[in-house]
Design a protein around this ligand. Structure first.
Ligand SMILES: [Mg+2]
Length: 196
């Protein structure tokens, strides 16, 4: 099957990178536990853009530490023959640094797509499963018949509770187990060790 996987707040804990940049540049705190919706209202639009750009410079990208169990789960699916499309809401200018980070963390994937329109691309290439924390992307993917999973965060609690069929877990080992139980092609057969 074809699996699309977001990077920020999905493969690594991006919030600390973002909140550190907001504090350093503007002296504004962005407490994770208070971020109940997708809008970041403590920053003006141009401040938010500046902060996000800072988090996507090469040193910041390369400093990302993957969530425990994330690389192992994705590599297991890649080894089983699933197509892995890494998709990130960031400029095309970040492509090379992001490729270096993926190589550095040892993640196996088929394609990296840095853009501001993930869901159109997912639809174009026939993605079956999207793993993404953004409530907008979760809803847009569900509307297109794509199975959706996410690491839970304060900003996606509502959509996880309200939308039917979102597979969600607090950490990667649990998410991978739940996906492998719920999405038949991700399940390995005991006999062969191959994807079913
Ligand atoms: Mg994300």
């Amino acid at each position: 099957m074809k699996i699309a996987i977001d990077i920020d707040s999905t493969l690594h804990h991006y919030w600390d990178v973002l909140s550190d940049a907001a504090r350093q540049r503007f002296g504004i705190e962005l407490p994770y536990e208070e971020q109940y919706d997708w809008g970041i209202t403590r920053l003006k639009e141009e401040q938010l853009k500046c902060v996000i750009d800072a988090t996507h410079c090469e040193p910041a990208i390369l400093a990302g530490r993957p969530y425990p169990g994330a690389v192992e789960a994705v590599n297991r699916w890649a080894e089983s023959g699933h197509f892995v499309h890494i998709t990130s809401h960031r400029s095309r200018d970040c492509q090379a640094a992001t490729e270096r980070w993926l190589s550095q963390i040892g993640l196996r994937y088929d394609e990296l797509y840095c853009s501001y329109d993930k869901i159109t691309r997912c639809e174009e290439i026939g993605i079956d499963l999207l793993i993404d924390d953004s409530p907008h992307n979760i809803i847009a993917a569900l509307e297109r018949g794509i199975t959706v999973a996410t690491i839970t965060h304060p900003w996606n609690q509502d959509v996880v509770e309200e939308e039917e069929g979102v597979i969600a877990a607090a950490d990667w080992p649990t998410l991978a187990r739940e996906l492998e139980a719920a999405v038949a092609p991700l399940r390995r057969t005991r006999r062969t060790g191959q994807a079913a």
